[in-house]
Design a protein around this ligand. Sequence first.
Ligand code: NAD
Length: 298
Amino acid sequence: MHIGFLGLGNMGAPMARNLLRAGHQLTVFDLSEAAVAGLVEAGATAAASPAALARTDVELIVSMLPAAAHVKSVYLGADGLLAHVRPGVLLIDSSTIDPLTAREVAAAARAHDNPMLDAPVSGGTGGAAAGTLTFMVGGSAEDFERGRPVLAAMGRNIVHCGGAGNGQVAKVANNLLLGISMLGVAEAMSLGVALGMDPTVLAGIINTSSGRCWSSDTYNPFPGVLENAPASRGYSGGFGTDLMLKDLGLASEAARQVRQPVFLGALAQQLYQAFSAQGNGALDFSAIINLYRKDAQA
Ligand code: NAD
């Protein structure tokens, strides 16, 4: 299939490479010339703008952009995709953005007779390179079935979450809970250790008791408890504090739009924001435990 791909960053570049590996023909665009050059070297063709990409005979377009403002400009701008793409071409946006913007762009696409899916991912850059991402997909069942084989070349779990925007709803709800649960584990671990408990013994109790969760048993924030967690390598790699802060911002904005309280999410957002303001935005988000630990060097 001839596929267009826009946004060749940390996630988009390895995803696009997996489409090439699966035998698809690729036309790509990114504002960064270096990013485009990398994909051209791997066998893709460069387009000079989103409009130029849209005017080729692509059958499907995937985008992987930083945030909602970029998605709006690439799809809705005068030199954007919708003003130039043929009707019927399937559009898939895999950027993480707020659900209401995703629905707005999908409605504009429908008005141009272009079906659209929102398909944000989890799995990080490692999953993007390995082709094992989870795609949370919003859109009609028919469009989902059309997009599924292409998504399957980049991911392992492809889940239909319901109508337009629901992929983003799933992503935002999960990451809201993750941000909160990490704070809960950080607080409980810090209290236990401050009261004299060994962190590994405490984590073992939690992980066989009712406090257990992914943040405690797979990604424990206390250094030394889990050998492979970012906490045991100075909080490097993993999922950055600033990315968690972005996702909590999306959750809180989406909540505001539907007047849904997110009490703990709002507090979590402020705590990650304070931690980022102290210069820790690039550290893995589990480093938030350093807000609690009297003995820690953040
Ligand atoms: P990134 O900043 O590495 O890449 C974004 C790319 O988009 C860059 O190459 C940039 O030049 C390009 N771009 C920006 N504006 C553009 C425009 N108008 N036209 C064309 N290209 C443009 O970001 P990333 O880490 O690849 O993340 C992409 C999306 O995936 C984000 O929404 C992020 O939240 C989400 N995400 C990231 C991760 C992760 O671990 N990095 C995990 C899950 C989801």
